[in-house]
Structure formats: C-alpha cells, structure tokens
Design a protein around this ligand. Sequence first.
Ligand code: PLP
Length: 385
Amino acid sequence: MDKLFCRTQKVREMEFIPVNEPLLNGNEKKYLNECIDTGWISSEGPFVKRLEEGMAAYVGRKYASAVCNGTAALDLAVEALGLQPGDEVVMPAFTIISCVLCLVRRGIKPVLVDADANTWNMDVNQIESKITPKTRAIMVVHIYGLPVDMDAVMQIAENHGLMVIEDAAEAHGLAYRGKKCGSFGDISIMSFYPNKHVTTGEGGMVLTDDAGLAERCDSFKNLCHKQGYRFVHEELGFNYRMSNIQAAVGVAQLEKIEEHLARKREIGHFYQQAFRENTRFQKPLEATEYANNIYWVFGLVMRPEDKKSAREIMAELADQGIGCRPFFYPMHLQPALQKLGLFAGEHYPVAEWLYDKGFYIPSGLALTDEQMEYIAKKVNELGEK
Ligand SMILES: Cc1ncc(COP(=O)(O)O)c(C=O)c1O
C-alpha cells in the first residue's frame, strides 16, 4: 500500500491529508494476536470461514469465497461461470481495468456502454443496443457509492437469457431498493482494499447463491486439487487464497460495518452542506429513487467548459496538503487495451468527461472533522473557473 495514500505525513511543513486512511480501532489487534498465538496464519485458519459466513449473511447470499483481492475475485467469477473465447460481455466504460482484465485474458470481448451523467454508473438505457447473438453476460459495477439501476438490468438479462456479474467492490452495505449489493445476479464480487468500508489490507470475495458456482470458486482459488487426490489437477487453477491474518482484520472490520457506513455518510453529508453554494462542482447525488448514497468516495466534477482539468485542480489541492485521486480512466482509452485492437474509434463522452473533470477528495474513515473543515474551505477557495 503506498505510503502517501495511507498515512498522514509532513509535507512542506504542513500535515498532508491522504485521500484515504483506514480505521482499525476494533478487534483487529485482538484477532491478529489470536492468529499469532495459535499459529493459524495460512488460509486454513478459522477467520477465513468466519469472514465468508459473516459477509454472506450480511448481504444475503448463500455462499462466499474469500480471495486475495478484488481483481482475483473477478477472475474467479468469470472462470466459474465458464465464459468462453469469443463470448461478449456488456459492461461500463467508466470503471477499473480489473473488470476488463478478467475478460480479455480469456479472449472474451468487453462491449462498453457509457456512464450516466448524474449517477456516474453505467447508463442502463444503452445496454440493450449492445447485445448481439454472442452476448453471454452483463457486468454491472456500482460506482463511488450509488448502485446501478438493478431492476432494469435484471429485466434485460432475463429477456435476453444473459448472466449477470455484479462488481460490488465499492458497495459494502449499499442497498438497492432495500436489497444489499453483493446479492444481485449470478455471481458478485467485493474488494477489501483499505479504502473500502470493510478492509483486510488486500483482499476480496466472490459471492453467489449457486452451490455449483461456489464449489468451482473454492476449487479454482485453491489450484483445483482433485477431491481426495491432493496434487492431482484436472483443471488449471489459481492460488487466490486469503490468509487467516487478512481475514482476522476483515472479521473485526465487518463487526463495525454499520458504524463505518454511518461515519462515511456523515462525511458525505458534511461535504454536501459545505459545497451547497459551490456551483463549480457537480456533487454526488445524495439519493436516487432506489438508493441512498454510501459515499464510498466523495467525488467532484467540473463542467465540460471549465478551463481547468481535474489534474490541475488536484495539483492545486496537493499544494494545500490535500490528497486527491483522479476518477477512472475510461476503458476505451486505455493504451493496454487499444494495443489489443479493442475499442477502435469508440467514444463514450460521459466517461471521458468524468475522467477529464472528475476527482475525489479525502473521505476515508480516519478523516477528522478538523480535516474535513480544512478541505471544504480549500475547495471552496478554488472559486469559479
Ligand atoms: C469497482 C472495482 N472493481 C474491482 C476492484 C479491484 O479490487 P482490488 O483492488 O482489491 O483488486 C476495484 C478496486 O478498488 C474497484 O473499485
């Protein structure tokens, strides 16, 4: 984890406020000591099962499989679903590259839809026009604290006989019409990176209600040892296991999830108030008709005609000791994907605007009220374009 990202440090005589600092003030130390005292440090220790059962129960899934990170979780999900080379998956242009890696490495074609300008999530109205006879699945990604409009997605999937992969990496505790994210579609994934509401340092999870898929995930993450014949392998697996040490932190974090959600919402509401009269920036929606924002991060987006780019604004805020992060760089612009011949000539104007003009300000769980006041003041002092 890079230091700048996680720890408060002195920069040019002032305290630098990192974009995220996790809060580890529950039973983390106690459970970690248990790992050391008992010698259970590998994936076979008891905290792994506890975390899997705890998160599955929390979101309302039957099965969960803890893995070493969210990117690996996506890999497992696609592997378990049995998607084949030449298949197509409809997914958002505005997301992290992990969502595409799990496809292109298997010769599966990602087919992009643009983002919605208000929620920053995939525009569900564009999905149907992207479906072809080769489409096998829709991958939804809940972005920055609000969910994708899942009723619309599930209806399209049903109409066209498609599978749904749900990326709930950033959506711990987020509910869509009262149903928890992480429980939609055929298979869901989460990340437990330190900027998430529940962290394990590095970590992730696959969740499903399908016993067969769960079994495949458990097998694939553990090298596909043949049952009863360890070290005999009939399929090509991965080692994506989560250690008991990581899970120990995760169990302690999960105990605090409601507290974490409440604090993140408090931070979100504070910024909303502080920027109420600031017309330079578009703020996250507080709610939609189907969800209340959990403010995974607090994003700000300038109008397209703003003279400055997000990069310039982030540099100005960094000079004031405030760590920010850019929004996602859209998938169709990624050099690594263009080199594969993907997305030639494609444009997704909302995703491009979000990257050019969007960034997020510190909103981690360890942020103090004093830091929030300072950040809000400095953002407001940026004035009009
Ligand atoms: C939407 C989304 N999906 C997947 C991931 C990948 O998770 P990880 O960083 O744990 O590999 C992230 C990372 O934060 C993410 O934001």
